[in-house]
Design a protein around this ligand. Sequence first.
Ligand SMILES: C[S@@+](CC[C@H](N)C(=O)[O-])C[C@H]1O[C@@H](n2cnc3c(N)ncnc32)[C@H](O)[C@@H]1O
Length: 208
Amino acid sequence: MFDFLSQTFRNFKHTGAVWPSGRKLAREMTSSLRASSGPKRVLEVGPGTGPFTSRILQSIHPGDEFHIVEINPFFCSVLKNRLLDSFRDRHPDLTVELHESPIELAPIEGPFDHIICGLPFNNFPPPLVRDIFKRMLSLLAEDGDLTYFEYAAVRAIKAPITSPKSRRNLRRIDAHGKRLHRRHRGSRQLVMANFPPAVAVRLHQPTN
Ligand SMILES: C[S@@+](CC[C@H](N)C(=O)[O-])C[C@H]1O[C@@H](n2cnc3c(N)ncnc32)[C@H](O)[C@@H]1O
């Protein structure tokens, strides 16, 4: 908790939250992994201190591959020390790779069956939001799913108290999200038992 708060104060633009996500949101964000059968490739983007990472580690099996991309070196070392080193010792047959990099430049190759994304899109400039979604969707397998979250009503709450430029940016991010929702059979699940309440958004890659 304190690890997360320290990074919030140092780097709010990238961290974008004051609190790590709770268990109920982590469960919702990772539900498609538990529903899938057969070997899978999983990508997590923006794990922070790892609330989704621990759920993902519980849902992977021999033959699966799990890649994690995190921009902040501090969070990378927290993940390694708290979760990944001991997991790798206990499961030498599983591939788990941590990439310390922005997702825009991460040296990874698709396709991934499931992408779980914790990025704070409402803090980013709209062109970056578009680039990141483009990259993630290019890494997503046919019939794969990409799940991200946002705090409930975040744009409606932020809009009246922010500058006109930020308001315009929030409108553009909202419009982009709606386009993706239409193109990728989007679904939304409200998780009230999170601080703050959040919506998990799931997009699907069409099959050709
Ligand atoms: C809102 S926090 C979410 C952390 C965690 N998933 C959770 O829900 O508690 C956003 C995380 O995304 C990371 N991040 C921000 N921009 C990124 C980028 N371009 N590529 C990879 N990670 C990024 C931040 O360092 C931070 O760990």
